[in-house]
Design a protein around this ligand. Structure first.
Ligand SMILES: NC(=O)c1ccc[n+]([C@@H]2O[C@H](COP(=O)([O-])OP(=O)(O)OC[C@H]3O[C@@H](n4cnc5c(N)ncnc54)[C@H](OP(=O)(O)O)[C@@H]3O)[C@@H](O)[C@H]2O)c1
Length: 329
């Protein structure tokens, strides 16, 4: 190929500017494997990066997009051969390394995961960082003793990407799931993914006692702030709360009571930095026992690379339901 299209973020006059451009391979950060992009997706972090509402990029300019799936075009890494299907999430894409919103990507072999059996390239990006993070959190909660008999799992930010996949895979594993959402009119969507209950989340729900009634067997939180604090105070003895996101804010105000009186565990989840062995194991599970059953419903929008510029605002305002797939080819 001579040149190809990519969606790149610049810092110009102290403002973030993102646009489609034509690039050559040598414009990309170094790597020993070249991938022909097939699919990417939009995560909350992609919206922060593309709109400049969050400081995601550590250097400029960089191709945006924290996820990509595609086939190996050429490789100097003996583990990969032309034609191999691969999936890449996190690993510094769109932070320190050119990312996935590109017809071609050049990446270090260590970033690449072979496409797991049981998924195709499109399904892998329907899952993307959002779904991987939900699966990784479930994996860690279960290693720390979570099981369906402890009680229902509360999932916040339920209609978002992480929330949607979390509902799907927890219910598939035999948990009762309560979807907590700000949206009215999302009940049918959430129940179709496997939620047994849907609750509207507002400040009145949250209370302010050091310990609330022990309601949840465990929780997966995408919001942070007062919602995370309430979940920690509302989980049964020995339950786990996975802290994934900060869509409502980064602060956390808590006492130690839930930890020392109920043995609650707070599990921090940082999907870009999962050790390679664990990352491969979780991807394998996503193609088998944790394979989401409702990806067709979860993908609510499919856009071409050229349509990206108008696609981020819905994430920044919490209006997004489900996942957006980005067609690169
Ligand atoms: N730690 C990690 O490794 C990791 C990995 C992936 C994502 N994350 C984080 O997890 C969170 C969810 O990511 P995502 O990709 O699922 O995002 P998303 O698709 O944009 O969904 C976010 C959801 O959060 C809810 N929300 C509530 N208040 C919001 C607000 N003020 N602004 C925006 N959303 C609001 C909305 O759901 P309801 O209307 O249903 O309440 C919204 O659909 C983000 O904070 C993201 O940064 C962290």
């Amino acid at each position: 190929m001579t040149d190809f299209r990519a969606f790149r973020v610049h810092l110009e006059n102290e403002r973030i500017v993102a646009r489609l451009e034509r690039l050559r391979l040598d414009d990309l950060s170094p790597g020993d494997v070249v991938i022909r992009g097939a699919w990417s997706g939009i995560n909350y972090k992609d919206a922060l990066a593309a709109t400049g509402k969050g400081k995601i990029l550590r250097r400029y300019p960089l191709v945006a997009g924290i996820d990509i799936s595609g086939t190996v075009e050429s490789s100097a890494d003996p583990r990969f051969r032309p034609g191999d299907p691969v999936v890449v999430i996190g690993c510094g894409l769109s932070e320190t390394h050119d990312g996935g919103y590109s017809e071609f990507a050049r990446l270090p072999g260590d970033f690449l995961n072979p496409l797991p059996a049981g998924l195709d390239l499109r399904e892998a990006m329907a899952i993307g960082t959002a779904g991987f993070t939900a699966a990784y959190a479930l994996h860690r909660m279960e290693r720390n003793g979570q099981h369906p008999a402890l009680g229902p799992i509360a999932v916040t930010g339920a209609t978002g990407g992480v929330g949607s996949v979390a509902i799907d895979i927890f219910s598939r594993r035999g948990y009762r799931v309560t979807a907590l959402t700000h949206k009215t009119g999302a009940d049918d969507y959430l129940r179709a993914l496997g939620a047994s209950e849907v609750q509207r989340l507002d400040e009145a729900t949250l209370g302010n006692r050091p310990l609330e009634r022990a309601t949840w067997g465990g929780a997966m939180d995408n919001l942070g702030s007062s919602v995370l604090s309430w979940l920690i105070r509302s989980v049964v003895p020995l339950g786990n709360v996975a802290s994934i996101g900060l869509a409502a804010g980064p602060e956390l105000n808590t006492t130690v009571m839930p930890f020392i009186l109920r043995g609650v565990s707070l599990i921090g989840v940082n999907s870009p930095d999962v050790p390679r062995e664990t990352r491969l194991a979780v991807w394998q599970r996503l193609g088998s026992d944790l394979r989401p059953a409702h990806l067709d419903r979860i993908v609510t929008r499919e856009v071409a690379l050229g349509e990206l510029p108008g696609c981020f605002d819905a994430h920044m305002t919490g209006r997004m339901t489900g996942r957006t797939l980005v067609r690169l080819g």
